[in-house]
Design a binder for this molecule. Structure first.
Ligand SMILES: [Zn+2]
Length: 434
């Protein structure tokens, strides 16, 4: 016991050195003070607990927390501001701090602290929600990861709405409402139970390519043992909930980013993963959900943006799988689940996506086409300057509309202009509120 205790106390010292080194990097304002204070206090509480551990079992428990803390500090170290699109992250944090709050030592509604780091490739988008923390915790420190190569691709970053879903699902104060108002509507029909989902997957009317996918799986995998031996049904349900969160937070940009990202990772759109339901199911219910929420509203025929908005939605429809096997929720089910989700998210502004007016889009899209960052600024006919608060999600939507209607315009340019617009809009909002 003494040897292990001594070793772990040394590891606490090592971690303190590591934590001190994280202060070399640039983070968003005040962020370094918050995580340094939080991690220092956790480390002090762990050091005390290790020193006072009564037996090996108690010591073993502290080792788990110590490892979690080491991993957390390493992730925080990489959340240096130069590594990611900070204007996008700034807006993402405004949403996260409004809705991701928890009962901790610091108070009943303490906002989670979000850190974002860039790493890996296309499949990197994820969240580390800190499921195990030592007793001393003032704040939950969430780290969100996105692909390093896509640093400026803010249009695709709308996918982080899904990751926020995982964070919201883990907020103790939202879990019950998510269960009662959203999840229960999902857990009907094809998702009434693991058996019902397995029955649908092994259905005789499943498309041939899906039957081929099952044939290529291990021979030991059967309808009766698919869940839980080869796939986690509750994890699938959580993924679906998080997709609905992403839809209600980011609107059309979320659907567009899921269509692009999921199909680039799984071009055949066939099959499923142990923790994720079939890609084609996901895209179908997102396309249906966008309609139910009225995100696909069109301006009158004569409106200058009518053709562009038609093109955007027609493009997304090309990602729909038309075989009825792929539509796993009824319209009524989705309607109820999305209505529950909106009721929850709308209480925490600016979390919920609000549909822009066509005039707003008509201000933004032409700017982008002229390679000007699309922001709430203009010069009126009399020469006076106009400033408006434009939601960053409307800037992203204008980016997606431009991307589909102007295929000749380079995608990286559209993304950079939108990223600059989000940054300039932050400055406009500060000027407006001064
Ligand atoms: Zn997920």
């Amino acid at each position: 016991m003494a040897v292990a205790q001594e070793f772990l106390l040394q590891e606490c010292k090592n971690l303190r050195d590591l934590l001190n080194k994280t202060l070399r990097y640039k983070y968003e304002s005040a962020d370094s003070r918050i995580f340094y204070g939080e991690c220092s206090a956790r480390l002090a509480s762990l050091e005390k607990a290790i020193g006072n551990a009564a037996d090996l079992a108690a010591l073993g428990q502290e080792v788990i927390y110590l490892n979690e803390l080491a991993n957390l500090i390493c992730r925080l170290e990489r959340s240096s501001i130069s590594e990611h699109s900070w204007p996008f992250v700034h807006e993402l944090k405004r949403i996260a701090s409004a809705i991701c709050t928890e009962d901790t030592l610091a108070g009943a509604n303490t906002p989670n602290q979000i850190y974002v780091l860039a790493d890996g490739g296309l499949d990197t988008y994820r969240i580390h929600p800190e499921s195990r923390r030592p007793a001393y915790t003032q704040k939950r420190l969430l780290t969100i990861v996105f692909p390093k190569s896509l640093k400026h691709f803010v249009l695709l970053h709308s996918i982080l709405g899904h990751e926020l879903g995982h964070a919201i699902w883990r907020c103790s104060k939202h879990k019950r409402e998510m269960r009662d108002q959203v999840e229960k509507h999902i857990k009907e029909g094809v998702f009434a139970s693991p058996d019902a989902t397995a029955t649908h997957i092994y259905s005789s009317v499943a498309p041939l390519n899906e039957k081929g996918f099952l044939k290529a799986c291990p021979a030991s995998m059967k309808q009766g043992n698919l869940f839980p031996n080869y796939a986690n049904w509750e994890a699938w349900c959580e993924e679906i909930l998080c997709d609905l969160v992403g839809l209600v937070i980011f609107g059309p940009s979320f659907v567009a980013s899921e269509c692009e990202l999921l199909t680039s990772m799984n071009p055949s759109m066939t099959g499923f993963g142990p923790g994720h339901p079939p890609t084609a199911w996901r895209l179908n219910y997102l396309l249906d959900g966008a309609k139910i929420l009225g995100y696909d509203a069109r301006p009158p025929d004569a409106h200058p943006l009518r053709a562009d908005i038609d093109t955007f939605w027609a493009h997304l429809e090309t990602f729909r799988s038309t075989d009825p096997w792929y539509s796993v929720f009824t319209g009524n089910q989705l309607q109820r689940a999305l209505s529950g989700m909106k009721t929850l998210l709308s209480r925490y502004p600016p979390t919920e996506y609000l549909v822009p007016t066509f005039d707003r889009l008509q201000h933004l899209v032409p700017m982008l086409k002229r390679q000007i960052p699309p922001v709430g600024f203009g010069i009126a006919n009399d020469g006076s300057r106009t400033r408006e608060n434009v939601d960053f999600r409307h800037i992203l939507f204008s980016g997606w509309i431009t991307k589909t209607s102007q295929p000749a315009m380079p995608v990286d340019i559209i993304n950079k202009l939108c990223e600059q617009a989000i940054m300039q809009q932050i400055a406009i909002n500060i000027a407006e509120s001064a």
